[in-house]
Design a protein around this ligand. Structure first.
Ligand code: AP5
Ligand code: MG
Length: 218
């Protein structure tokens, strides 16, 4: 399946993507995780992205689209993928369409995670992210690691993302409403969107998402 995941910062996109990608045997491609990996490796791309991310702004399309395209060219994405955090504005959605048309393939669905803003704030405030792989995320209350401060999956150190400060989260939410929400209508016009509530336990949301995707594919 070829799926795009949308939802505000802190909705649980990364958390759900990890389970969905495993269940569906497709790679989880998160542009946020790709940027963070570049930052920790000190690459030129990471240096370009960092100041935008710290400010809660979108990294410019020229950088982001090229990076996403390169990732989608990798062999593991040939038979399907779960995109998390890309596209994030209309220009990126159009660029993705072009990439897919070139390959003669199309999206199967766009899963829209709905969460009230108050819950988003709680989820982000308690989030702890693994320094070695930012796809590994935990929560001080809702998804505690077995050992405090240590990633269950790889033993990496858990830290609080720099852009998870209250001020930057406010900015990211503003950017989400202005830049990203319009892509939901763009995909609705293509009949691709399934919206689910992302409230409840992580496993309940995964079940809801799997059921919604199954119906979409049927
Ligand atoms: P990105 O990394 O994509 O951040 P985001 O969209 O702001 O989303 P988050 O990762 O903060 O949240 P999430 O929805 O993944 O939630 P999570 O699963 O962690 O982007 C970061 C930055 O990179 C952007 O601001 C931008 O600068 C740049 N960028 C990235 N992509 C770009 C693009 N395409 N174009 C331009 N710039 C781009 O969950 C949150 C917390 O809640 C966790 O602690 C988790 O354990 C907990 N949780 C999850 N589900 C539940 C549940 N059901 N119940 C209770 N707690 C839960
Ligand atoms: Mg994420």
């Amino acid at each position: 399946m070829r799926i795009v995941l949308v939802g505000p910062p802190g909705a649980g996109k990364g958390t759900q993507a990890a389970y969905l990608a495993k269940n569906l045997s497709i790679p989880h491609i998160s542009t946020g995780d790709l940027f963070r990996a570049n930052i920790s490796q000190g690459t030129p791309l990471g240096k370009q992205a960092q100041e935008y991310m710290n400010a809660g702004e979108l990294v410019p399309d020229e950088v982001t689209i090229g990076m996403a395209k390169e990732r989608l060219e990798k062999p593991d994405a040939a038979d399907g993928f779960l995109l998390d955090g890309f596209p994030r504005n209309l220009a990126q959605a159009e660029a993705l369409d072009e990439i897919l048309v070139e390959k003669g393939i199309a999206l199967d669905g766009v899963l829209d995670l709905e969460v009230p803003e108050a819950e988003v704030v709680k989820r982000i405030a308690g989030r702890r992210t693994c320094r070695s792989d930012s796809a590994h995320t935990f929560h001080v209350e809702y998804k505690k690691p077995r050992v405090e401060g240590v990633c269950d999956e790889c033993g990496g150190e858990l830290y609080q993302r720099g852009d998870d400060s209250e001020e930057t989260v406010r900015k990211r939410l503003e950017v989400y409403h202005r830049e990203t929400e319009p892509i939901i209508d763009y995909y609705k016009a293509q009949g691709l969107v399934v919206t689910i509530s992302a409230l409840g336990k992580v496993a309940e949301v995964t079940q809801r998402a799997m059921e919604a995707l199954r119906q979409k594919a049927a």
